[in-house]
Write a protein that binds this ligand. Structure first.
Ligand SMILES: *[C@@H]1O[C@H](CO)[C@@H](O)[C@H](O)[C@H]1NC(C)=O
Ligand SMILES: *[C@@H]1O[C@H](CO)[C@@H](O)[C@H](O)[C@H]1NC(C)=O
Ligand SMILES: *[C@@H]1O[C@H](CO)[C@@H](O)[C@H](O)[C@H]1NC(C)=O
Ligand SMILES: *[C@@H]1O[C@H](CO)[C@@H](O)[C@H](O)[C@H]1NC(C)=O
Length: 184
């Protein structure tokens, strides 16, 4: 019930403050926030989702990717590039989901990706193919937020401090990056 109220609040806020449509439901009824207009670096995108009590999209299953692609195909005229929750800021060349801390299982890399160019530590969906690239975290892009508890194929057990842990995690990511200026 609490989740439902929060969610309704989010939808209301979203609809009233933005003239363009950024809130969408997947075919299984989960809300997604799709920022295609304004541009953010990966860290800002992460925080934008947290501020909505959501998290940056974690397409760690084929199912999730299908849900999101379904929205994009139905509701958007053209592709846009957007950040995912994936990165390798903590351990170089070990891609993990910032939301779960887990290494990538399911992947949807574009051809010849990841190419591990210098400073390519964050993962995006590229508008040319709707597939993944590694990219500099400082790049300004759109992003997609999800409510992970809802959008998982099977409900996920999350501990009560989920949001607090996510916020702590953000601080950890920034600390790890202390020597790496995301604006570079
Ligand atoms: C999403 O679904 C909910 C519940 O069915 C509905 O109230 C809401 O208006 C829908 N939102 C959008 C953006 O379609
Ligand atoms: C997010 O959750 C916190 C804590 O439950 C609450 O205070 C805040 O209003 C929520 N923010 C939004 C945008 O719903
Ligand atoms: C790596 O891929 C990006 C596109 O994601 C491209 O712009 C860049 O030139 C590539 N770098 C190398 C070294 O191939
Ligand atoms: C958009 O993504 C699709 C794959 O989903 C791709 O086939 C298409 O070429 C892309 N469109 C543009 C304009 O890049």
């Amino acid at each position: 019930m609490k989740a439902l109220i929060t969610w309704c609040l989010l939808v209301t806020l979203g609809v009233h403050s933005k003239p363009m449509k950024k809130w969408h439901n997947s075919s299984d009824g989960c809300p997604f926030y799709m920022e295609y207009e304004q541009k953010f670096n990966w860290f800002q995108a992460w925080e934008e989702c947290l501020n909505l009590n959501m998290s940056l999209l974690t397409p760690d299953t084929f199912y999730k990717q299908q849900q999101v692609n379904g929205i994009l195909e139905l509701s958007f005229d053209k592709n846009f590039s957007y950040w995912l929750a994936g990165h390798d800021n903590a351990v170089e060349k070990r891609h993990v989901w910032a939301t779960t801390g887990k290494a990538f299982g399911f992947t949807n890399w574009a051809k010849a990706q990841p190419n591990w160019s210098t400073n390519d530590h964050c993962i995006l969906v590229h508008e040319s193919t709707n597939q993944w690239h590694d990219f500099p975290c400082a790049t300004k892009l759109g992003f997609v937020c999800e409510i992970r508890q809802c959008s998982m194929e099977k409900p996920e057990v999350l501990d009560a401090n989920h949001w607090m842990n996510q916020k702590k995690y953000t601080i950890n990511v920034w600390n790890v990056l202390a020597n790496r200026n995301p604006e570079q």
